[in-house]
Ligand binder design. Structure first.
Ligand code: F6P
Length: 357
């Protein structure tokens, strides 16, 4: 039976990491008398460099409500895992340190990149369990990831507050929401905050249609508009291009972000006073919501159950309100995009929200 359990948090942080770590630890201590938990510092970087420490039961007290991660995190891109850097073979180093730390298994809390590396380590023979964290909610095979709903709550507060000032000044407010590849957070935040227009990467926009939606509101006497834009959004022309081409085009235009360009174009085409708001990492900071505390606790407890049953090479997930697991091999390398015909998109359209398509 797995007795010595390593835990790491990798990639961008989010609310709920500590609540998950606590859930795992509490359940493991309940289940097994002789369990030892090893905290690996700064994600896979710590596993590569052998930076880890044994943890005490008291280390897991008082962290349920704490934002960030007590273990630290770092971005160690999956694509560089097989590349030698400073003569270090990262995969070999991780395997050696796993052995040196006498781990029976390692739990990896992270997003898509983290799950890809988790699968790689699993294929290399290590006992690995992934736990789905990200405000982007884009991990394949799970309906929800921890961190997502807290970010929706924070984003909603931003939209609410922007609404009142937008209305007072009769401005078009363009709010950029995190989400490089997917639009879940922008979609939920937009609906919860009553946005007029939602722009997401899965539905390329046509600026003329965005402008039309703003003008239609003005014609109906609504002199202001609130637009939520996912940071990774692109227009119908850019949709035909490769990522690199798109970046080059933006640089040539002198505007790196789509959000700034959208605001400028609306101003030029309508004459409306326009402002950009970027909450950025605010969306990832601070205490988890009650929803995420509960979800993180459920995921943590479920992972401990998998450890005690010796089930590895899997990723914890929630489907249809049941906590379950998928094979890491099935999760790795996939992204859960917003389907264009998603029920939530249809809901938004029925509310009169425009997508610029
Ligand atoms: O993966 C979550 C995420 O919040 C993305 O939406 C965003 O693009 C990215 O992280 C930015 O994170 P960082 O600034 O930490 O690299």
């Amino acid at each position: 039976m797995a007795r010595r359990v390593g835990i790491l948090t990798a990639g961008g942080d989010c609310p709920g990491l500590n609540a998950t770590i606590r859930g795992v630890a509490k359940a493991l201590y309940q289940k097994m008398d002789n369990v030892e938990i090893v905290g690996i510092v700064d994600g896979y970087k710590g596993l590569i460099e052998g930076e880890a420490h044994e943890m005490k039961q008291s280390d897991f007290s008082g962290i349920l409500t704490q934002g960030g991660t007590i273990l630290g995190t770092a971005r160690t891109p999956y694509k560089s895992m097989r590349l030698k850097e400073n003569d270090v073979d990262k995969v070999a180093a991780m395997k050696a340190n796993y052995k040196k730390l006498k781990l029976d298994c390692v739990l990896t809390l992270g997003g898509n990149g983290t799950h890809k590396t988790a699968n790689l380590l699993s294929e290399e023979g290590l006992n690995v369990i992934g736990l789905p964290k990200t405000i982007d909610n884009d991990i394949w095979g799970t309906d929800v990831t921890f961190g997502f709903h807290t970010a929706v709550d924070i984003g909603t507060e931003v939209v609410d507050r922007i609404h009142t000032t937008a209305s007072s000044h009769k401005r078009v407010m363009v709010i950029e929401i995190m989400g490089n590849k997917v639009g879940w957070l922008t979609l939920y935040t937009g609906i919860a905050g009553g946005a007029d227009i939602i722009l997401i990467p899965e539905i390329p926009y046509d600026i003329k249609k965005v402008v039309k939606a703003v003008e239609r509101r003005a014609d109906r006497g609504r002199g202001f508009s609130v637009i939520t834009v996912a940071e990774g959004v692109f227009d119908t022309e850019e949709a035909k291009m490769k990522k690199k081409e798109r970046a080059e085009k933006r640089a040539q235009e002198g505007e790196v972000t789509a959000t700034n360009r959208i605001a400028r174009q609306i101003n030029q085409l309508t004459g409306f006073d326009t402002r950009v708001v970027v909450p950025g990492h605010f969306l990832r900071g601070g205490t988890p919501s009650s929803y995420d505390r509960v979800l993180a606790s459920q995921f943590g407890v479920y992972a401990a159950e998998l450890v005690s049953r010796g089930v590895f090479g899997v990723a914890v997930a929630e489907r249809h309100n049941m906590v379950t697991h998928n094979l890491l091999a099935d999760v790795a390398g996939k992204t859960k995009f917003v389907p264009q015909d998603d029920q939530m998109v249809a809901t938004a359209r029925s509310l009169g929200i425009a997508f610029g398509d």
